[in-house]
Design a protein around this ligand. Structure first.
Ligand code: NAP
Length: 312
């Protein structure tokens, strides 16, 4: 892929007949409801066709409202967009998966999902409290359910035709491998933090070998400064190719074969984050040689979200 429009429009095929996922995704992890609605409308208008949601973000209703209005206004059909949401840690018990799925569909105002993910491999005490804690403030986990139990309930949703693809998030190779070996429907997507400071090369190679799409969150390092957005190598390439540091990071992510999620909150940033063009080979190599290693999101270690509003 060499042309700007090709990179921006890239879609990656999913296994198990799951269609194709647009490489550039819009993430809806936005604490403010009004900003969620405006940013989702802006993203759709700018050309994003892949929307990443989660019951844990507590804003599926706002995303659903924005999508419904935006599709109608833009003459865009449901089939033209790709919608993902995620089952939260408190709904890992198999009998809770389908009700959680139905509730998400209802809030999002859609009747099928393109992709349903297990948000983290950590099962929390089942119930309506999304962040169950004991008297000492420690998370209450649920050892009465395995990841495989939850996965089998996810497989049933695919078998029923309610959701086109299933996958996992915040999982490492150690947990992914045994699950992959054991299951009937293989994961189509694995969503993890990935950027030049956390390239997840081993996981990416495994995913490519098995036909799994690696979907990178925090491709801009969650926008944290100093981080990849201010890395001297990225800044130098940005000046060299005449693209912004964000566009350089997003192009690198797509060119190495991942899909990605970014959360522009303004119309201008939505347009900027879609307007990427292929970087020359030497720029890709320069980025691959960056030595800094940093994880920005600790969710992968405990299942507790680092970037999600707790209060609403
Ligand atoms: N599975 C998980 O556990 C998990 C965890 C975290 C996130 N996610 C998903 O991943 C999505 C992406 O989240 P993210 O935090 O990684 O998004 P991101 O777009 O990589 O980072 C968001 C930050 O980058 C800034 N930003 C966006 N575009 C920019 C640009 N062109 N130039 C400079 N700064 C820019 C934003 O600033 P402003 O706020 O000023 O616009 C914001 O501070 C989330 O919405 C969610 O869907 C999943």
């Amino acid at each position: 892929m060499t042309e700007s429009s090709e990179l921006r429009m890239a879609r990656i095929p999913l296994n198990h007949g799951g269609g194709r996922i647009p490489a550039l995704g819009f993430g809806t992890l936005i604490p403010d409801p009004a900003v969620t609605i405006a940013a989702t409308r802006n993203a759709l208008e700018a050309g994003f066709r892949h929307f990443d949601c989660a019951e844990r973000y507590r804003n599926e209703r706002e995303v659903g409202e924005a999508l419904q209005a935006g599709l109608a206004a833009g003459g865009i059909s449901r089939e033209d967009i790709f919608v993902t949401t995620k089952v939260w840690n408190t709904n890992h018990r198999p009998e809770r998966v389908e009700p959680a799925f139905e509730a998400s569909l209802e809030r999002l105002r859609i009747n099928y999902l393109d992709l349903y993910l297990i948000h983290t491999p950590f099962a929390f005490q089942p119930g309506d409290e999304q962040d169950p804690r004991d008297q000492n403030g420690n998370v209450v986990y649920d050892d009465g359910v395995t990841l495989l139990d939850t996965w089998r309930a996810m497989e049933s949703l695919v078998d029923d035709g309610r959701c086109r693809a299933i996958g996992l998030s915040d999982i490492g190779l150690n947990d992914l491998l045994p699950l992959y070996e054991a299951v009937k429907i293989k994961p189509a997507v694995v969503q993890v933090e990935a950027h030049p400071y956390l390239p997840e090369t081993e996981l990416l190679e495994f995913c490519k070998e098995k036909g799994i799409v690696l979907l990178a969150f925090a491709p801009l390092g969650h926008g944290i400064r100093s981080g990849p957005l201010e890395d001297p190598v990225i800044l130098a390439i940005s000046a060299r190719v005449g693209k912004t540091p964000a566009q350089v990071l997003l192009a690198w992510a797509v060119q190495r074969g991942t899909a990605l999620l970014t959360t522009p909150k303004t119309a201008a940033r939505a347009i900027e984050n879609l307007d990427i063009s292929a970087l020359p080979e030497d720029a890709l190599e320069d980025i691959n040689r960056i030595q800094t290693r940093q994880r920005f999101n600790e969710v992968v270690k405990t299942g507790s979200p680092g970037f999600i509003p707790q209060g609403r």
